[in-house]
Ligand binder design. Structure first.
Ligand SMILES: Cc1cc2nc3c(=O)[nH]c(=O)nc-3n(C[C@H](O)[C@H](O)[C@H](O)COP(=O)(O)O)c2cc1C
Length: 217
């Protein structure tokens, strides 16, 4: 598949078929994703690929914690953020509402509980980073995430990055036996998209580059 086609067509998928992903497919995607650049070729990422009953156990634990603690997806310190950023997020997510109405679910519940459940995907990828690395290494993780989402698309799979789960890092680390000195940076829901679900018709818009680029010459 042409790279630009994948870039244009990829979008976050929030309803999956239960079909399991063959191990060779997951290995193929991750092997290609390691071609992502990283500073000094450190390849600082550490991945946990969670499927089957273990993935269900992880989802159950995250859902339980979410219901107890009610920590939602948040962009950061909303009070200090420039309004244009928060407005952009709100506007994007308002566009999701008509699709959720067709599903008969309320937005917050869908996003928060859905994220904890990896939207029903058969596999969850948890990306960790050793806490001795500097904050700058998060850039490398971001690039890897981008590679995984695009490569998965090429393999006919859908993905949704799940940042919400980092709020429940302790639960994840305990359940997956992740060492204390590793930080949980991001999760990825990965699986075959359920194209019968209205939510997978949703596609977010983008602002024009003029809204965030300053040209200096
Ligand atoms: C770092 C990161 C964290 C994200 N966390 C979540 C999440 O917790 N739950 C969710 O439903 N989507 C999450 N997303 C998906 C974004 O909402 C999505 O990428 C954005 O709205 C743009 O839509 P698109 O991916 O369809 O182009 C996350 C995306 C990124 C890059």
């Amino acid at each position: 598949m042409e790279l630009l086609k994948a870039i244009k067509e990829r979008k976050s998928i929030r309803a999956f078929k239960p079909d399991i992903i063959p191990e060779e497919t997951l290995k193929g995607i991750l092997t290609l994703a390691t071609l992502a650049p990283s500073a000094i070729n450190l390849q600082p990422w550490e991945l946990y690929v969670v499927s089957g009953e273990e993935k269900e156990r992880l989802s159950r634990r995250l859902l339980k914690s979410y219901r107890e603690k009610q920590i939602s997806c948040s962009p950061g310190n909303v009070k200090l953020l420039e309004e244009k950023f928060t407005k952009r997020g709100v506007a994007s997510f308002e566009l999701m509402n008509p699709y959720l109405e067709r599903l008969g679910v309320e937005f917050n519940r869908f996003i928060n509980e859905g994220s904890c459940n990896f939207y029903g995907a058969p596999t969850a990828i948890i990306i960790c980073l050793d806490n001795s690395f500097s904050k700058a290494r998060l850039v490398d993780i971001g690039i890897l995430l981008g590679y995984i989402t695009l490569i998965a698309y090429d393999f006919g799979l859908g993905t949704c990055p799940i940042g919400l789960i980092s709020a429940y890092e302790d639960d994840i680390k305990e359940l997956l036996n992740i060492p204390e000195n590793k930080d949980v940076i991001i999760g990825i829901a990965i699986g075959y998209p359920d194209w019968t679900s209205p939510i997978n018709e949703f596609k977010t818009p983008r602002d024009s580059i003029e809204s965030f680029v300053k040209w200096i010459e």
